[in-house]
Design a protein around this ligand. Structure first.
Ligand code: SAM
Length: 233
């Protein structure tokens, strides 16, 4: 059995009782960064061994992981924060486990996309999750596609690219489209900026060199310019 265990995206209390129990019970924890995960495990008094499993060794490590699972060892995969496989390593291992007939279970738990979407105030019953945009090649194509979507969409973005990304969203979606930029979810300095793309861009443009932390951008779908509510037909 392979477990995928969501871990806190900021507040260390955001981990389920079941996640803690399974992290304690498994034979080995595969971790994106063993030092980051060790801190979390120490906080909860868990001494399960850790092994590095990240984007750079994922392809070569997979056969060893499958062998461990095939001889009956119980393994858990964690990323640095949030749910493995969501803009983090995980997908490849899940696919190969399923191909090999190994059972996979992802626990429900923390991820940045869900709280960002729900507290954005933008319609959240249907949405598109984009994750990170490509930095260069293909970026414009993705932006054009996103701008055409009828439903709310969400992006992960780094603080130093936020202003550039907002400028591009303005170019492709127009100035009036409603947006919510959220920083540092569940952390001490959590904040949300809601308004039109032009308003929120103006706020961050004046502070471009001071923007820090982790960011989710949630944008209204096409035709939902100033709306924070689902429109009636
Ligand atoms: N696996 C994670 C998840 O389930 O959300 C995502 C990992 S991805 C490498 C990291 C990105 O997620 C950050 O750059 C940011 O866009 C978003 N993120 C993670 N934690 C966040 C937080 N506390 N506040 C805002 N965004 C966050």
């Amino acid at each position: 059995m392979l477990y995928l265990i969501p871990t806190p995206i900021g507040n260390l209390e955001d981990i389920t009782l079941r996640a803690i129990r399974i992290l304690r019970e498994v034979d080995l924890i595969l971790a994106e960064d063993t030092r980051t995960s060790r801190k979390l495990l120490d906080h909860h008094g868990i001494d399960t061994p850790l092994r590095a499993h990240h984007a750079h060794n994922e392809h070569t490590a997979i056969n060893g992981v499958l062998r461990d699972l095939e001889i009956g060892r119980k393994l858990a995969l964690v990323s640095d924060a949030g749910t493995p496989g969501i803009s983090d390593p995980g997908f490849l291992l899940v696919r190969e486990c399923l191909k090999a007939g190994i059972e996979v279970q992802c626990l429900p738990g923390p991820t940045a996309i869900v709280p960002a979407l729900v507290q954005s105030g933008l319609p959240c019953d249907r949405f598109h999750f984009e994750g990170f945009l490509p930095h260069k090649k293909g970026r414009q194509t993705r932006l054009k596609y996103l701008a055409s979507l009828p439903n709310t969409f969400a992006l992960y973005e780094s603080p130093h690219r936020l202003v550039k990304c907002m400028e591009q969203l303005q170019e492709f979606c127009g100035s009036d489209r409603a947006v919510c930029v959220q920083r540092e979810l569940s952390k001490l300095h959590e904040e949300a900026h809601r308004g039109s793309i032009a308003e929120v861009l103006a706020f961050f443009k004046g502070r471009a060199d001071k923007v820090r932390g982790e960011i989710v951008i949630v944008v209204a779908g096409l035709g939902k310019e100033n709306s924070r509510e689902e429109e009636e037909d």
